[in-house]
Write a protein that binds this ligand. Structure first.
Ligand code: HAM
Length: 428
């Protein structure tokens, strides 16, 4: 038997209900904030991610699915959405027509990480990006949108963590200060951190190794090394969060795993124990230099991405939705044609109908109707066939009545949709 590839998973029909719910919530809510959907390809030139995300990041150096195409070009399955969206914005000059461009995307991403609960090699993100707005008020709005989305999906138990990582003006000096402090402690740090001192010292702040924690807490903090512009920007974001009564926790260690961030960075972590260590529901921040770095104009950007698998694992379990409103049980051989006609008429009117195709007995059909959550079962045995009528059983009221062939559809439509069918009236 061929099994699913390690780190990938099927979304089965019973689970798809929750996925539809969070997808619908995204389309509805993001539209209210002025975002429009963008869909970019699932693979891009490898160089886009190397330049966009940073060659020294774990994502680029260890986790990308890269392959050489038949024309020898190097392609990579997208590990995240931001770089591809930025490419599309530049390639199609989207900023020319909309100087405050807001887009969102939903879809699969690929990272070759060690799979565990909440961490997969193919996973899905909801991604939101706003371009062209310098003001800190877009930072607050993007954060507010992320939290509103969690609420719209039925989630209320989370923590917003926020930081400023400075910009090209102040961060290089801080990174050097940090490196110097780290070199002095190198021997006491884990092997990964020792390597990061030279390659990417900021990543040390993200280390989870227990023995390193005391040292990391004593390191110089970026908040003490921000330039005046970054400090003012961050202070305004914080002021606006307070204004909107959005609770947050400041964390000087929130540096995130992608190199494009400047100034505001944020994450929302869940306290749901099902997620274990993979408790980051979403993460994002500002990336003001990225559009330019990828060959576009010098415009700012900010956004976030949320892991859809993690959200589905934490949202309240939904009640199982009925699979049909009406179940047709044509018991007599000659009842099939009536069932096919009735089924079609009901479906055209907007009613969800399922029927038995195999001529099973009444008992097994009733069992099936019950399992599907049908509100009404229409039965046609030999007697009903001879009298040209259906017996319609109300599964909730446990009552039943007989309805003639010409009345049955109208009656069912009226009861289920609450409308009286008039002529060709259709319900979409
Ligand atoms: P990220 O923090 O790498 O940011 O990923 C965002 C979210 O995707 C995480 O918080 C997590 O929920 C989910 N995620 C990441 N990796 C996995 C995985 N292997 N399995 C399951 N879920 C995962 C970004 O991707 C940035 N592009 C976010 C952004 C957009 N920043 C600005 N705009």
């Amino acid at each position: 038997m061929i099994r699913v590839v390690k780190g990938t998973h099927d979304i089965l029909p019973d689970q798809a209900v929750a996925w539809h719910r969070i997808e619908r919530a995204a389309h509805k809510l993001f539209c209210r904030y002025g975002y429009r959907e963008i869909r970019t390809p699932m693979f891009e030139r490898t160089e886009l991610f190397a330049r966009g995300i940073g060659a020294e990041t774990d994502i680029v150096s260890k986790e990308m699915y890269t392959f050489v195409d038949r024309d020898s070009s190097s392609l990579t399955l997208r590990p995240e959405a931001t770089a591809g969206i930025v490419r599309a914005v530049i390639e199609h000059n989207l900023m020319n027509t909309d100087p405050a461009l807001k887009v969102y995307a939903l879809g699969p991403m690929f990272r070759r990480e060690q799979p565990q609960q909440g961490r997969y090699r193919q996973f899905h993100q909801v991604d939101v990006e706003a371009f062209g707005i310098k003001s800190p008020s877009i930072d607050t709005e993007v954060i507010d949108l992320a939290l509103s989305y969690l609420r719209a999906c039925g989630l209320s138990d989370w923590k917003l963590v926020i930081n400023s990582v400075g910009d090209a003006k102040c961060r290089p000096a801080y990174v050097e200060t940090l490196r110097t402090a780290l070199r002095a402690q190198a021997a006491r740090l884990c092997a990964d951190c020792q390597r990061r001192i030279e390659t990417n010292p900021l990543r040390v702040l993200d280390c989870k190794v227990p023995e390193d924690q005391a040292i990391i807490e004593g390191l110089p903090r970026i908040s003490d090394h921000l330039c005046a512009d970054c400090r003012d920007h961050f202070a305004e974001v914080i002021r606006e969060l307070d204004l909107l009564a959005i609770p947050y926790t400041l964390s000087h260690r929130l540096v995130r795993g992608l190199d494009y961030y400047v100034r505001t960075t944020f994450e929302v972590v869940s306290s749901d124990p099902t997620l274990g260590s993979q408790n980051s529901l979403l993460g994002g921040g500002r990336y003001d230099g990225l559009v330019k770095e990828l060959g576009g104009p010098d415009i700012p950007g900010i956004g976030f991405a949320l892991g859809m698998e993690r959200l589905v694992l934490t949202i309240p379990v939904l009640e199982v939705e009925p699979r049909c409103a009406v179940f047709l049980a044509p018991l007599a051989a000659g009842a099939l044609d009536h069932a096919l006609r009735l089924q079609r008429e009901l479906r055209h009117a907007g009613v969800t109908v399922l029927m038995d195709h195999e001529g099973r007995g009444l008992k097994s059909q009733m069992k099936r109707a019950d399992k599907l959550g049908a509100r009404y079962v229409a039965i046609m045995g030999e007697d009903e066939l001879a009298r040209q009528q259906w017996t319609v059983r109300d599964m909730k009221g446990s009552t039943q009545e007989t309805l003639s062939l010409d009345r049955v559809a109208d009656k069912l439509i009226e009861r289920i949709l609450g409308v009286i069918k008039q002529g060709q009236a259709r319900v979409d």
